[in-house]
Design a protein around this ligand. Structure first.
Ligand SMILES: NC(=O)c1ccc[n+]([C@@H]2O[C@H](COP(=O)([O-])OP(=O)(O)OC[C@H]3O[C@@H](n4cnc5c(N)ncnc54)[C@H](O)[C@@H]3O)[C@@H](O)[C@H]2O)c1
Length: 307
């Protein structure tokens, strides 16, 4: 049985796989579909993160492929429909990095409410912005969650510590699901109107793309902090910067971007004194979650092949 791994996986679990499988590791293939297409035919299983594009072109060549393991969640880089129709099992590491993302949400919400990026810059510049830059508490504020799946539920659980009110938009769920987590499910415009912090936890689909655009920012009444740790094009990046400059929002954290790595042309649009945090798609990647995700997928592939 042959496995191809195209993105980083915890070494301990790669070694575990080597006891049952012939394992090939080639990280260059995550950005080289031409090469991936040439060699995929000889593999029974493929293990990826979010960079490798497991699209129709690749899958058309994958005559022996039976299993695709995703070291994380979010399957927008995998043609799941094609896999379903061709009997290829797609396995995400559901829930294994949810704690890491939920912590990221509180980390960035607190940092941005307290204007710490601005304080840091000014202090570093030799100024002493003790009264010129204000700071806010998270306690008592309202966090609006777009999507109320696994990660959003973790956020709701952690929110209790801060006495924070949780509202959420997820039309696919019954309101009783929200009640279990002390969260109120509302319609999208209500969430825009009432939130001090808006955090996005949606999958990228044709319905969620651009859900946070200028028209959405205009509906926000409390100058919220925007946090996107889901997928890039769910938030319109140009509109986000415009909304910040027009003071419709008071800060933003982006972990994910339209194009990754994020292009210079986008970075140049962000002024130095912007209350923002930019991270390189790591909200779900901690030392702990990398182990959990890798262990989960290693066990799943072994089980799938009855080994
Ligand atoms: N930055 C990172 O490192 C990182 C890590 C993990 C997950 N993610 C992203 O976060 C996303 C959410 O993860 P999760 O584990 O909570 O997923 P999940 O599948 O548990 O939850 C997603 C929720 O979104 C809801 N939803 C789907 N379409 C919707 C729509 N059009 N409008 C409103 N709600 C809608 C679903 O009903 C579901 O409850 C993933 O899809 C992934 O893209 C990013």
């Amino acid at each position: 049985m042959k496995i191809l791994i195209t993105e980083f996986m915890d070494v301990e679990y790669v070694e575990l796989l080597k006891t049952n499988f012939d394992v090939t590791i080639n990280h260059d293939l995550s950005t080289n579909n031409g090469e991936l297409k040439k060699i995929i035919n000889s593999f029974d299983a493929l293990i990826v993160r979010n960079k490798t594009q497991v699209n129709k072109e690749v899958l058309d060549k994958a005559n022996n492929l039976k299993f695709v393991g995703r070291l994380g969640v979010g399957l927008d880089n995998i043609d799941t429909e094609y896999c379903k129709n061709h009997n290829i099992h797609v396995q995400p590491a559901t829930g294994m990095n949810a704690d890491s993302v939920a912590e990221y949400v509180f980390n960035t919400a607190l940092t941005l409410l307290k204007n710490i990026p601005l304080m840091h810059q000014e202090t570093l510049n030799g100024n002493w912005p003790r009264t010129s830059i204000s700071s806010r508490e998270l306690r008592g504020k309202t966090i609006g969650l777009l999507g109320f799946g696994l990660i959003a539920k973790k956020v709701s659980t952690l929110a209790k510590v801060f006495d924070t009110k949780i509202i959420a938009y997820d039309p696919y769920l019954d309101s009783s699901v929200g009640n279990q987590f002390n969260a109120k499910l509302l319609d999208l415009n209500e969430v825009f109107k009432l939130s001090d912090v808006i955090s996005v936890h949606l999958p990228l689909t044709k319905n969620t793309k651009n859900i946070l655009n200028y028209a959405a920012f205009e509906k926000m009444l409390k100058q919220p902090i925007i946090i996107n740790s889901s997928r890039g094009s769910i938030v319109n990046e140009e509109d986000l910067i415009r909304a910040y400059e027009e003071k419709l929002i008071s800060g933003f954290a982006l972990d994910v971007y339209n194009t990754e790595p994020v292009p210079k042309s986008f970075l140049e649009k962000i002024k130095k004194n912007t209350n923002c945090i930019l991270t390189p798609h790591v909200a779900g990647v901690t030392e702990e979650s990398n182990k959990r995700v890798s262990e989960f997928i290693a066990n799943a592939v072994k089980e799938f092949f009855n080994l």
